[in-house]
Design a protein. Structure first.
Length: 84
């Protein structure tokens, strides 16, 4: 659950930057803004990949439906439940 939460937080940060800086293809960003945004996107991508890999491993170990497990994890993350 913590990997999904971290990926979701990273995605939220990317959305915040996009909202603050404007659309990447339409706004003229400074070099610093571009680096900050690119770093945030890479972090989000890496964290999401890690969360997906962990989910795949967990589903394989549990032998349950991925859809059902993902729904439970999403609900727990949205409700702010602690978990690993």
């Amino acid at each position: 659950m913590h990997k999904r939460r971290a990926a979701d937080q990273a995605h939220h940060r990317v959305e915040e930057l996009r909202g603050s800086y404007g659309p990447p293809t339409q706004a003229h960003w400074s070099a610093r803004q571009s680096r900050t945004y690119e770093t945030a996107v890479r972090a989000w991508r890496d964290l999401d990949r890690d969360a997906q890999s962990a989910m795949t491993e967990y589903v394989r170990e549990e032998g349950q439906s991925r859809h059902k497990i993902e729904a439970r994890v999403r609900k727990a993350v949205q409700e702010g439940q602690p978990g690993g």
